[in-house]
Design a protein around this ligand. Structure first.
Ligand code: PEP
Ligand code: MN
Length: 257
């Protein structure tokens, strides 16, 4: 499950799982979370250094210090680092420390960021995960991706992470039909983030299974070695030691689709 191609690009034919904490909090915290990602057999390690928090009073991430932790830990464990870029001025340092950039839901239609990321990716072996905005149609999402590809970025992965609906039992509503539609309309890989969609850890495994069964090309899952102590999104984080059983439960479904 999930494997890097010889040229360093994300292999388009492999099922990929990106896992790790919402946010880099310290070297020790991030290393502990990353070891569990490695032990589960996943190859992509996520962690935010620049965090798009709803409240300006919430922890905003460690910034460049966080980027250094990400690249050190990913390098030490042989994992591919994935981290969000929020501002064009951070594209260069983010690319220095992570192979895969993430553009968050709140920036899906930040067209100047999309164009700058596309131009920066041209001719590199970096990739970008473009989250779907929580109020964006599938068409708007695909057009946002084209801002990146038409500016030179080739290795773009789409990520469905839930949209806003009237339902309040989950943080957002996972739009699995949007995943299938996006896959019909686009050649880009489509992965699913059940963590932000649900906002609660008890739904992460069932939604992951459903996403794989629906034909998603991969997942992005938040995990933490001590979810109760997480500085961000702890309520949706899978305990890190449960990543191994997540991998086990997905394997036969991925093999069957
Ligand atoms: C995240 O991945 O931590 C995140 C903030 O995601 P989103 O942009 O989907 O809310
Ligand atoms: Mn998060």
């Amino acid at each position: 499950m999930g494997s890097e191609g010889g040229n360093g690009m994300i292999r388009p034919d492999a099922f990929r799982v990106v896992a790790g904490p919402c946010t880099v909090e310290s070297y020790e915290q991030f290393y502990a979370g990353a070891r569990a990602v490695k032990e589960a057999g996943f190859e992509y390690l996520r962690g935010g250094a620049f965090k798009p928090r709803t409240s300006p009073y919430s922890f905003q991430g460690l910034g460049e210090e966080g980027l250094k932790i990400i690249s050190e830990v990913a390098g030490r464990l042989g994992l591919v680092a994935v981290t969000e870029v929020m501002d064009p001025q951070d594209i260069e340092p983010v690319m220095e420390h992570a192979r895969i950039l993430q553009i968050g839901a709140r920036n899906m239609q930040n067209f100047s960021l999309l164009k700058r990321v596309g131009a920066a990716l041209r001719g590199t072996d970096h990739g970008v995960i473009l989250k779907r905005g929580f109020a964006a149609t599938v068409e708007e999402w695909l057009l946002a991706a084209e801002y990146i590809t038409s500016s030179g970025g080739e290795n773009v992965v789409l990520c469905e992470r839930g949209i806003r609906t009237f339902e309040t039992s989950t943080r957002f509503t996972l739009d699995l039909s949007g995943v299938v539609v996006a896959k019909r309309l686009s050649e880009l890989p489509v992965i699913v983030d059940p963590s932000h969609a649900a906002g609660r850890r008890d739904l992460v495994v069932p939604l992951s299974r459903a996403a794989v069964a629906a034909g998603a090309d991969g997942l992005m899952v938040e995990s933490h070695h001590r979810p109760q102590e997480a500085l961000c999104d702890g309520e949706q984080a899978l305990p890190a030691e449960e990543l191994g059983s997540l991998a086990e439960t997905l394997r036969p479904i991925a093999a069957a689709v």
